[in-house]
Design a binder for this molecule. Structure first.
Ligand code: ATP
Length: 221
């Protein structure tokens, strides 16, 4: 069955992450209930989201009172107080919430939240640090789209050492286990390039392969 275009989200915890997420979802046309234990924080976002409520999310009765199971997805964005995050997540699970996403700060906490039933756990600080590290250390890797944990499609600037070589000469399949899906050359897009296609300075290669190979290839001079 196709996913509904518009969904109902509850965001619990209106720190920097939770409040930005609640606002962005609402701006994207979704229905959002913003929740925090701090009434002032709830007040400050109330005009920008569909619903807002001040309550302690570790309190099962308080969650029942707002009919939390009616939401398609509940995001637990409580970072610093891990115990509150844990109790809230376990309570949401017990109540039968269909889809629970938690924000956390460490791999150890992530493992615990997944074990008690979170469907997905995000670590925004760690993720943005990893992305920035990749951006700084691999400047020719322009984009990376993860297909699975290990495989991605990436856009990489042609390493200068491969200028004027044909795809057959570069031997990317055997040397790097990479498949070139397309080549962007200025405004032109070369779809399904063949082994005779000669690479030119400034080409952008859209490749498919495992993450390690993509990293290795992006380091070529
Ligand atoms: P940031 O997103 O700013 O990095 P953070 O990860 O440090 O924040 P916290 O400040 O720990 O997150 O928590 C985010 C919000 O969660 C706070 O506004 C806090 O009031 C709220 N919060 C904490 N405990 C509860 C609870 N039991 N019920 C509802 N909200 C809570």
């Amino acid at each position: 069955m196709a996913k509904k275009q518009q969904q109902e989200f509850a965001v619990i915890g209106l720190g920097r992450f939770g409040s930005s997420l609640a606002r962005a979802l609402e701006e994207n046309g979704q229905t959002v209930m913003a929740i925090d234990i701090d009434p002032q924080l709830v007040q400050s976002i109330a005009d920008e989201v569909t619903h807002a409520a001040a309550l302690d999310a570790t309190n099962e009765d308080a969650l029942r009172a707002i009919d939390i199971t009616a939401f398609d997805t509940v995001i637990v964005a409580i970072g610093a107080d891990f115990e509150a995050n844990l109790i809230t997540t376990a309570t949401l699970k017990d109540l039968g919430v269909r889809h629970i996403i938690c924000k956390t700060q460490s791999n150890r906490q992530k493992g615990i939240l997944l074990r008690i039933g979170a469907d997905k756990v995000v670590q925004p600080e760690q993720n943005s640090a990893l992305r920035l590290a990749e951006e700084l250390s691999l400047p020719t890797l322009l984009e990376k789209f993860n297909l699975t944990q290990s495989y991605s499609i990436a856009e990489i600037v042609l390493p200068a050492s491969l200028n004027w070589q044909s795809l057959a000469q570069t031997d990317l399949r055997n040397k790097y286990q990479l498949t070139v899906l397309l080549i962007k050359r200025g405004d032109e897009v070369l779809i399904s390039p063949t082994s005779d296609t000669v690479l030119q300075e400034g080409d952008l290669l859209i490749v498919f392969g495992d993450n390690q190979s993509i990293t290795q290839f992006s380091k070529l001079p």
